[in-house]
Write a protein that binds this ligand. Structure first.
Ligand code: NAD
Length: 250
């Protein structure tokens, strides 16, 4: 396998303490990048960074992507530590409860939209000016097949992820003259701790919809992201990259 070269690149990965974010961090560090893991769980982020430090440069930062002041403080720490940011993987997210739209509490709706959509907006908004100034950047936002297809009993999640797709397309059209590529990924279902927030019935539903007939491995997601955040992706921006094993209809 050709190794993606990310030597000298500096990456922020939100939700990087575990699951998909951690797999992406591992792949980026293995490719030579320095990584800053931003996560609500500061202890887990620090422990994950300690593990990654055995193969490369990594550190963890506890923060909440929904709070503009915490995004600004985390960015300041990352820049102090790494000297700048070339790559953003805006990946932190929650599933929210599995309830029908007419049963869904407004508080849960708001929380999912705040973390899964506004959190990605806030991170892109904070980091884009740095990338514009240095005339280089690669952004990957984690959306979901739910944002394309709409999953039943996940109205807030589906709406937030559809918003991430639209935000990615919008931002992608704002930045190309600066050599900044903005893309998003739409995984179907990967076995991570996010399953703790879902009913077994919901997990079974999602799996039953996948023509490939299996979960996507987090390493398969990381493999796609590694190319998207590299200079080898010299042209594609504002696009949606499918990881649904054939479920996507567009
Ligand atoms: P996970 O629960 O393993 O990891 C999510 C991480 O995000 C956690 O470490 C958590 O602490 C962090 N986080 C949550 N809220 C945060 C906040 N406010 N600020 C900072 N960090 C916060 O889940 P995962 O499966 O690795 O999910 C990662 C992303 O992938 C999410 O956006 C999720 O919606 C998306 N996704 C997951 C699947 C799947 O099946 N696992 C499928 C499609 C998309």
């Amino acid at each position: 396998m050709n190794q993606i070269d990310l030597k000298g690149r500096r990456a922020v990965i939100t939700g990087g303490a575990q699951g998909i974010g951690l797999a992406i961090a591992q792949r980026l560090v293995a490719s030579g990048a320095s990584v800053s893991l931003w996560d609500l769980d500061a202890k887990l982020a620090t422990e994950a960074a300690e593990q990654l430090s055995k193969i490369g440069d990594a550190h963890g930062i506890g923060m909440d992507v929904t709070q503009p002041s915490e995004v600004a403080a985390a960015l300041s720490s990352s820049v102090n530590r790494m000297g700048g940011v070339d790559i953003l993987v805006a990946n932190a997210g929650i599933a929210g409860p599995n309830l029908k739209t007419w049963e869904y509490p407004i508080e849960a709706w708001q929380q999912v939209i705040d973390i899964d959509l506004t959190g990605i907006f806030l991170c892109c908004r904070a980091i884009a000016p740095l990338m514009i100034e240095q005339k280089y950047g690669r952004i990957v936002n984690t959306a979901s097949i739910a944002g394309k297809e709409g999953n039943p009993n996940a109205p807030a999640y589906s709406a937030a992820k559809a918003g991430v797709i639209a935000l990615t397309k919008s931002l992608g059209k704002e930045l190309p003259e600066y050599d900044i590529a903005v893309n998003c990924i739409t995984p179907a279902v990967a076995r991570t701790r996010i399953f703790d927030q879902m009913t077994q019935q919901h997990i079974d539903y999602m799996l039953s919809k996948i023509p490939r007939g299996r979960f996507v491995e987090v390493e398969e997601i990381a493999s796609m992201v590694a190319w998207l955040v590299s200079a080898e992706n010299s042209f594609t921006t504002g696009a949606v990259f499918d990881l649904s094993g054939g479920r996507a209809t567009y």
